[in-house]
Design a protein around this ligand. Structure first.
Ligand SMILES: NC(=O)c1ccc[n+]([C@@H]2O[C@H](COP(=O)([O-])OP(=O)(O)OC[C@H]3O[C@@H](n4cnc5c(N)ncnc54)[C@H](O)[C@@H]3O)[C@@H](O)[C@H]2O)c1
Length: 314
């Protein structure tokens, strides 16, 4: 079904969402409180669409770009749309203030998904007229090449809204997962935080360099994680599956996991150690080029996974 969607907050994530929805054939209106951000978003979207064409992830960039337009006023952006993807700053007060403003202008059937990375939607939607139509739809950046979207309702989200956003995201080529009840950080950032805490702990203890800890993921564990997750990984790593793996390796893993001390904030020293090592490999001035390199690698990976999916039909 063809939808009309509004993206509110046209920074890094909002502009990336525009490509997801326009690629699916929907008309997209972009809004931002800063006119300069809207202009920057249009340029970024055109650049990214060009890269996607080069990686065979998009056939017809002009048509996709032709479905995206900007609106200077929030009222005009959300008028008549079936879905709003909120992507303003990750700050509870900013989101609360914004949602109160939007509540006054959004249509009575419009659904609102928030890109929030970790703040549950109940923190900023309580008491609003549109509250039962609000939930989290959290992407991993950039969503036009990374398909995951975490859908997390509030206690007052209408269950039919969850189903509706699930099918809307699936239709847009995303891979939704359901967070069945609210938790800070949802699933993705909690898993990411657990890994980061252990990485900093190993670095601080002098067990390996930051580069070698990175390589342990990029040349090791991460290779599998591009297409299977932690449960399937261990299910496939013992002759009789997951329970067999748990019996063989669970007790040993528990021995070193329980040695972990309670979480502490990352110390200034360990942050400096990791930062200096990263800067010795990539100077600060080279970061944009390295980010562009990462995005090209992600596009090549997405193209490869798309082809593999077509070939093996999974
Ligand atoms: N950057 C990421 O990797 C990432 C990934 C997933 C989710 N997110 C989430 O997406 C949201 C946006 O993050 P981002 O990285 O795009 O930030 P950003 O700073 O790039 O963009 C935020 C945009 O929102 C606009 N804005 C702020 N308040 C507004 C308001 N009241 N009305 C209209 N526009 C407003 C700003 O002008 C800015 O253009 C956050 O909730 C963030 O946690 C970010």
């Amino acid at each position: 079904m063809s939808e009309q969607v509004a993206i509110v907050g046209s920074g890094l994530v909002g502009s990336a969402w525009a490509l997801v929805f326009a690629r699916a054939g929907w008309r997209v209106r972009l809004y931002d409180q800063e006119a300069s951000q809207l202009a920057a978003a249009a340029a970024r979207i055109a650049d990214n669409a060009g890269e996607m064409v080069r990686h065979e992830l998009l056939d017809d960039a002009p048509s996709v770009l032709g479905r995206i337009e900007s609106r200077a006023r929030l009222e005009d952006a959300v008028e008549g749309v079936s879905y709003v993807q909120e992507s303003v700053f990750e700050n509870a007060d900013v989101k609360r203030t914004f949602y109160r403003r939007m509540d006054a202008v959004v249509g009575s059937h419009t659904i609102v998904g928030s890109s929030s990375s970790g703040i549950p939607a109940s923190v900023f939607t309580e008491g609003l007229a549109c509250a039962s139509r609000c939930l989290i739809a959290h992407p991993i950046n950039p969503p036009y090449v990374i398909p995951l979207v975490e859908i997390c309702p509030t206690p007052w989200t209408d269950p039919s809204v969850v189903d509706r956003v699930w099918s809307l995201m699936s239709d847009a080529g995303m891979t939704p997962v359901r967070v069945t009840r609210e938790i800070d950080g949802f699933i993705a950032n909690r898993l990411q935080a657990a890994l980061l805490w252990e990485a900093f702990r190993l670095l601080e203890g002098g067990y390996a360099s930051a580069q070698d800890i990175d390589r342990t993921i990029s040349a090791g564990l991460g290779r599998r994680w591009a297409f299977i997750g932690p449960f399937e990984t261990i299910d496939l790593n013992a002759p009789r599956g997951l329970a067999d793996y748990a019996a063989r390796l669970g007790p040993g893993f528990f021995e070193f996991v329980k040695q972990g001390e309670p979480a502490q904030p990352w110390s200034d020293d360990v942050i400096a150690k990791a930062h200096d090592e990263c800067r010795s490999r990539v100077e600060e001035s080279e970061l944009p080029a390295r980010q562009a390199w990462r995005d090209r690698r992600l596009m090549a990976l997405a193209a490869h996974l798309n082809r593999a999916r077509t070939e093996i039909g999974s």
